[in-house]
Structures are given as structure tokens and as C-alpha cells.
Design a protein around this ligand. Structure first.
Ligand code: ZN
Length: 273
């Protein structure tokens, strides 16, 4: 019994250590989280890979992991650390895969109405087509994030020079729309982070931006499902992943006013910088 008690105590201590790490926003792995974008094939791991933190009950791999917060071994080649918490109690909103000619203006209108600012993770090809929307995003005080040139899910597996060229091209396109624009973050498509992608992003002055709450809105659940998932998954400091681009975002947009109102009341909302 004492032997067993010792093992249990060790596990408790380990869990506390792990919990502390996550509380500091230093979640070691983003690799297994999945998010897809404009017309992109789903990542091979879309159907909830083993060990995914699986924030949504609907994507649970079926009890494979006893603790959803258990750390995963980093991908080969170095440390994979992304920012996934705000660092305070307040919650941050992020919108990916735009700018989109239909949905981005509506999301911007909604944010203005509720008095909240967010981070927009932009795809280079969309920036190229809709530079005026990037100008509006910046004019209205939101934060910018590089989301690769064409939402390449496998970019992180390419040689560093190719990753750098892709991120550079995306930044150049953003700054062609808004000269001198500050691009604070980089978010890898699908959360398919690699050490190389993180290294290049940092070298280009961008912080790798993960997330803590993912309602899988790109799979087009109902607005109510999006709202419920976000509210249920949110905790102090969560960074919430939503989409303004990549397809019909009517449900995301419909979910936002009440969802944002509730997060604002419970935690407050902060703009990442
Ligand atoms: Zn994306």
C-alpha cells in the first residue's frame, strides 16, 4: 500500500508541475491541434489524433488520454513553444484565414459594436486580393498575425529558407497594403508547428501564436454549438481560435455577440500585442 501511495503522490506532484507549466502559458506542444483554412484539405490528424488536448467533447479520441492537460513530447528537432494564454485573467479573440470579402467586414462590424479588439491571422493570397480589408483591420486597432502565404499546412516541414521566403512574402504583402504595419504574431496553419517554423518566425520578429480554446467553427457547427464550446472550454487567460475566412462564417458571426458578451462579463477581453 505504501508503495502504491508513493506512486500516487508522485503522480499528483507531476500533475501539479504540469498544471503550473500550462498556467504559465508555456504549453510545450501545439502540433496536434488542428485547424484548417481556405479550401485546404483537412490535416491528416483532423479526426483527433491520439493525445490531442481535445477541448471539444465531440472530437475526443475516445478516452485515450486520462488527462487532457498531459504534456506531449515535443516534435523532433527542438522545443515547440507557442503562446496560448494571455498572461492575465482576460481572454483574447483571434480570427484566422481572412481577410474574406464577405465575412471580415461583418466580423469587424460586430467587434466594433461590442467594443472589442481582436487578432487577425492573415493569409497572404487573401491579403493580395483584399488589401483594403487589411487597412480597415489596422485602422480599427486590431492586431496582425502572419498565417502563411497560402495556408500551407506542411510549411513547417520545409527547409528553413523556404519557410522564411513564405513568411517574408506574406509580411511584404501585408505591408504593401499597410506600409510599416506591425505584424506581431505568426500562427502556423493547422497548428502544425515545427521547431523550424518557430525559429524562423522568431527570427523575423514574430511570436508564435497558439490557442487554448478551439470550437472547431471551420467544421461549420451551429452558432449555438460554437457558443457553448467556447464558453465551456474558456478559462482565465484563454486565447480563443475563431475564423473570419476560409468559407461561410455565418454561424461564427451569429455566435459572437452573446459569446463575446459572456466572456467579457466573466473574464474581460484583452487585445494581444
Ligand atoms: Zn488557418
Amino acid at each position: 500500500m505504501t508503495h502504491r501511495a508513493a506512486i500516487v503522490s508522485a503522480l499528483v506532484v507531476l500533475a501539479l508541475l504540469v498544471g503550473g507549466r500550462w498556467a504559465l502559458g508555456r504549453g510545450p506542444v501545439e502540433t496536434l491541434l488542428v485547424e484548417t483554412g481556405p479550401g485546404m484539405p483537412a490535416a491528416p490528424s483532423t479526426s483527433a489524433p491520439p493525445g490531442t488536448p481535445s477541448p471539444s467533447p465531440s472530437t475526443s479520441p475516445g478516452g485515450g488520454t486520462p488527462s487532457p492537460k498531459a504534456p506531449k513530447p515535443p516534435a523532433a528537432g527542438g522545443s515547440i513553444e507557442t503562446r496560448r494564454l494571455t498572461g492575465s485573467k482576460k481572454i483574447a479573440l483571434t480570427f484566422d484565414d481572412g481577410p474574406h470579402p464577405t465575412w471580415t467586414p461583418k466580423v469587424l462590424d460586430m467587434l466594433r459594436k461590442v467594443g472589442v479588439k481582436a487578432t487577425f491571422c492573415l493569409v497572404g493570397t487573401e491579403v493580395h486580393q483584399y488589401p483594403a480589408l487589411v487597412q480597415r483591420i489596422v485602422r480599427e486597432g486590431h492586431t496582425l498575425c502572419n498565417h502563411t502565404w497560402h495556408h500551407e499546412l506542411d510549411l513547417g516541414t520545409k527547409p528553413e529558407a523556404e519557410i522564411r521566403a513564405n513568411l517574408d512574402a506574406t509580411n511584404r504583402e501585408i505591408r504593401r497594403a499597410v506600409p510599416g504595419a506591425k505584424i506581431t504574431f505568426f500562427r502556423h496553419p493547422g497548428g502544425m508547428w515545427t521547431a523550424a517554423a518557430i525559429k524562423v518566425a522568431r527570427e523575423l520578429g514574430m511570436t508564435p501564436l497558439g490557442w487554448d480554446v478551439d470550437p472547431l467553427d471551420w467544421k461549420k457547427p451551429s452558432a449555438e454549438a460554437i457558443r457553448t464550446r467556447v464558453i465551456n472550454q474558456a478559462r482565465p487567460g484563454s486565447i480563443v481560435l475563431l475564423h473570419d475566412g476560409g468559407g461561410d462564417r455565418a454561424a461564427t458571426l451569429a455566435a459572437c455577440p452573446s459569446l463575446v458578451g459572456e466572456l467579457k462579463r466573466k473574464y474581460g477581453i484583452v487585445l494581444l500585442r
